[in-house]
Design a protein around this ligand. Structure first.
Ligand SMILES: O=C(O)CCC(=O)C(=O)O
Length: 258
């Protein structure tokens, strides 16, 4: 369960690593299912979200297996999310990212959804599940401690968000580690210099009054919606008129809907 030290790291540094949070059997089930989905979806994999050069991506995983839906409501995880986002939270998206072997591309430093905290505080919080070891040479994540409170985005504050940053730290760890990150923290993936892909699951949450990264109600098939538990419906914000409104406003703003 979360400890005061974990909360201190989240508050001051902006992230905390939880080694062994995901047990080996669960990690293997997640990895096997993700590989099946990559195989099945082929070049359409990740199309519900966005493609990324040098990576394989999957999106909308809440729709694709009860395994993922169970993970997103783990109460031992949600304690960390509440600490960052407050009492009312929802799933924003549930994706996988696998950096290809020998991928030299650097993911620019960014905050997820280019989100800045607002008058009510933080509104994005991510959990990154290491399905493989994250090492210095296989695409570990770098981050700049404390930048979740800077009130700025790297794209605005830095000349080159791909360049080495003087304060950067690496998030490495053994497979099974879960990273909880205040997603306003400046971070980004590094190149994978090894000959194996490096895979992660992202269970991403938002404050209840902000748009979801992926509109869950629109993406979940009727048969998935019918199978949801009450707790899953709550975390997916399926029954929330406010969620419908903020998602619609966001879709219009981004040009996705006229
Ligand atoms: O390497 C990862 O899995 C995380 C990369 C990342 O920070 C992101 O996609 O926003």
């Amino acid at each position: 369960m979360p400890s005061p030290e974990h909360f201190r790291q989240l508050d001051e540094v902006g992230c905390v690593a939880l080694p062994g949070f995901c047990d080996p059997q669960t990690r293997q089930r997640i990895t096997d299912r993700i590989e099946e989905l990559f195989e099945r979806e082929g070049k359409n994999a990740g199309s519900e979200f966005k493609p990324e050069d040098g990576c394989r991506r999957l999106a909308n995983l809440a729709d694709k297996d009860a395994l993922f839906r169970d993970l997103m409501v783990r109460e031992d995880l949600l304690g960390y999310i509440h600490h960052v986002l407050g009492p009312r939270i929802k799933l924003s998206s549930l994706n996988a990212r696998s950096i290809n072997a020998n991928c030299l591309r650097i993911q620019p430093l960014h905050a997820d959804m280019a989100a800045l905290p607002d008058d009510d505080g933080f509104w994005v919080c991510n959990t990154i599940w290491m399905l493989d070891d994250f090492t210095a040479d296989n695409g570990a994540i770098r981050y700049i401690p404390g930048t979740h409170t800077s009130g700025q985005l790297p794209a605005d504050a830095l000349d080159d968000p791909e360049a080495v940053h003087p304060n950067q730290q690496l998030l490495t760890g053994e497979a099974g580690t879960v990273l909880v990150t205040n997603a306003h923290l400046w971070h980004g993936g590094l190149p994978n210099l090894t000959n194996r892909p490096r895979r992660a699951l992202h269970i991403f949450y938002a404050r209840y009054d902000k748009p979801q990264q992926q509109d869950q109600k629109r993406l979940l098939r009727p048969e998935t919606q019918a199978a949801l538990t009450d707790r899953q419906r709550e975390i997916l914000a399926i029954d929330s008129p406010l969620n419908d409104r903020v998602n619609l406003a966001s879709a219009v703003r981004s040009g996705f809907l006229e």
